[in-house]
Design a protein around this ligand. Structure first.
Ligand code: SAH
Length: 349
């Protein structure tokens, strides 16, 4: 059974509500209010119906873990049918970046990623995605000793955002409309679902947030091995798409990144770096973000520091802009690819 969004439930309950009421409700959800009853601008009977019928929150905190350095928090959040994870990380601006999940589990089975092992249960709704933002906002309100502002959102938690295109799109629209986040402060990360990437090129309603494509190898055989949803002509097609994207949307505000997880003796040789540099140079102004592999239950280990530095140097010598991602929250398994909900739960500390 499909789960109705808050907006759909609202329309069902109040089919004749004037537009300004709907707007009041939608804005109220993102305000400091703690429940429907706090929205004093709404008539009392409407508040009572909302309280009885529509949950104020679609995600409920199970546990929140805190890293030793106190710069990363990971929440296990109960949603209908399971538990998702969401992460809060201190960024260089001393503000927070949140990492949100877009699906309960994931169907992509990337061999180095823990979430892939769960399989896919279902897509999250737009509300379950934006409620991760609301959850962290209210968490920060209760912790006045922490910086108060969430300045960035990355769709890099559980799930493949573009496999849940419509809900992700609506969640982006809601965040842009009701929070102080701008398009360049939000990044959607994708394994590279080409039909959806193509849709973005012509979809007038798709907000032009930043995109990150999880490339992980510019060698077709290696990519297929670690990203099993890859296929024979994926790389030339991605290159073609990239050129189009940069032509249509490629001003400075629309950054495109290729993510590249560094796996020892798998995709980290100088030959792989050369292949990557060549692809990037053919495709255009793309940044490369090298992600040191974070431990999960897999056959891989992280590339050595030396290998990563050599790899970076080859890219830089070729004129490719490349950075190395800081790893955060490893001690609470909150780093990239470590989000998995195990049967036994870890208590909050
Ligand atoms: N499905 C989206 C979001 C995944 S998580 C995507 O594929 O982009 C964000 C990034 O973390 C992706 O690039 C993903 O490949 C990477 N990742 C997954 N497991 C990892 C691990 N164990 N160590 C480091 N990065 C990992």
């Amino acid at each position: 059974m499909a789960i109705l969004s808050r907006r759909e439930q609202l329309m069902e309950l109040f089919p004749t509500a004037p537009a300004y009421r709907v707007k009041q409700v939608e804005e109220g959800v993102f305000s400091d209010a703690k429940g429907w009853e706090d929205l004093r601008g709404l008539p009392a009977d409407m508040r009572a119906t909302l309280t009885a019928k529509i949950p104020w929150m679609t995600v409920h905190s199970e546990t929140v873990q805190e890293s030793r350095k106190k710069d990363t928090f990971k929440a296990a959040l109960t949603v209908e049918g399971g538990v998702i994870e969401s992460v809060l990380m201190l960024n260089r601006r001393e503000q927070w970046t949140i990492c949100v999940s877009s699906q309960l589990g994931c169907a992509m089975r990337c061999t180095f990623c823990a979430t892939g092992k769960m399989g896919l249960t279902r897509n999250l709704t737009e509300d379950e995605i934006v409620d991760q933002y609301r959850f962290w906002m209210s968490f920060l309100k209760d912790r006045p000793e922490l910086p108060p502002r969430i300045s960035n959102v990355v769709y890099m938690g559980m799930g493949e955002p573009l496999a849940n295109y419509d809900a992700v799109k609506r969640s982006l629209q809601l965040l842009l409309k009701h929070t102080d986040l701008g398009e360049t402060r939000i990044t959607v990360s994708t394994v590279g679902v080409l039909p959806r990437l193509e849709q973005i090129l012509t979809d007038k309603e798709w907000p032009h947030v930043k995109l990150a494509v999880s490339l992980h190898s510019a060698d077709p055989v290696t990519r297929k091995e670690i990203v099993p949803t890859s296929y024979d002509d994926f790389l030339p097609k991605l290159e073609e798409w990239t050129k189009q994207y940069l032509r249509i949307l490629g001003n400075r505000r629309h950054h495109l990144t290729f993510e590249y997880v560094m796996l020892k003796d798998v995709n980290d040789s100088p030959r792989h770096a050369e292949l990557l540099a060549k692809l990037v140079k053919r495709a255009g102004a793309i940044k490369v973000n090298l992600i040191p592999y974070n431990f999960t239950d897999s056959v891989y280990t992280c590339s050595t520091d030396n290998a990563i530095e050599t790899f970076l140097k080859i890219l830089e010598d070729e004129g490719v802009i490349a950075t190395r991602r800081r790893t955060m929250g490893e001690d609470i398994a909150a780093a990239c690819g470590q989000l998995i909900v195990l049967k036994q739960k870890t208590p909050a500390n």
